[in-house]
Ligand binder design. Sequence first.
Ligand code: AMP
Length: 431
Amino acid sequence: MNFSDLGLKPELAAVVAEKGYTEPTPIQKAAIPAVLSGRDVLAGAQTGTGKTAGFVLPILQRLGARAAQGPRALILTPTRELAAQVAESVRVYGRNTGLRSTVIFGGVSERPQISQLASGCDILVATPGRLLDLAQQKALSLAHVEVFVLDEADRMLDMGFIHAIKRVRAMLPAQRQNLMFSATYSDDIRRLAENLLRNPLAVEVNPPNKTADKVEQVSYRLPKEHKRHLLAHLIKEGNWHQVLVFTRTKHGANRLADQLQRAGIAALPIHGNKSQNARVRALEDFKNNRIIALVATEVAARGLDIKELPYVVNYELPNVPEDYVHRIGRTARAGSTGMAISLVSPDESPFLKDIVRLLGRDVPTLPLPQFEMRDSGPAEQSGREGAHRGDQGRSGGSGGQQRQGRPAHRQGQRPAGRPHAGSRSPQARRG
Ligand code: AMP
């Protein structure tokens, strides 16, 4: 099956072919005809499934030619990063259509956005805050919106945008097509869908554990305070690159990035307290391999389009099991394989149990390798040296830790149970 078989007109199918997409993804197969039919759609799909093209392509087709009054399609996304990525897809896929698109989000100056809106806009991609700001200033009107898309609706609710969504909805014309995308279904999502959608076609192609199936998942059990040492060890010994590390808090992200830096691993934090510029720069450095580890909070990582990420580390487990699926969905995209490593402290065991239940499969625990317990930062240099002795750590918790001055690997003992997705063995690197 190709894109034309789904009802897309030749110029849109041609753009897709130019991008090198030979076949529509499952969400595209289901969503494109559904959106083209003009019906409301409720789609279950997460990032990495090709969902963006799944709604952008049929919207481009439905809008047809450019119009004086706009915007006629409004795509609401939870984060600036996602807004930028969706807008880029609109630009690329819509290149031969003559339709004009604009993206607006907070954290940057309003003025260029206002003047771009004034010069004409058929498709508007926006985050809720800036959209409401500009609407209030009468810099834009939503009175001509024909298609309204709520992207990553579950994340919208997590981020507290429910009231913003209601305010936006109140500005839209009654007669319109609504599309709602969500990776997960909670009661809140179902309620939102009931309020927003009229007689929707439900498109559910990607139950979360299907994506998770492609990712190799392992865990280590260890005390919280040992985690940073194990992580530094795994990154160095495995010669890992492009590691996305999840922490629960912004402060935790800052601290861990700092600790990794001091351990000699190029790392940067990315979270909501960082300016838009800092976030974009961190992401670029990561994509260009200038930094090895990007330490992110859940919310900040949402919507980052990083392809074929080899490693995702759950430095702290999320307490919502669906978030685990989101996180690890960042690896193993587009058919490549990836590895998700979870560092689980005793207090996080219940979270892992919930995750295993959701996945319907086990996340095996690997024996702990031997790793240094040394901080290279000046504050902690003395009295914090030691080595964690491999397997004992599992049964004996912190009892496996030896306080000895020499790093473990110099004693001629090889690390055990180290996950390794690279091609070079540690022996080869040492020899
Ligand atoms: P998304 O889930 O929309 O974030 O898309 C994930 C990635 O898949 C993006 O980098 C797209 O460029 C890519 N993609 C979208 N559709 C296809 C397709 N039919 N074949 C291959 N890659 C695709």
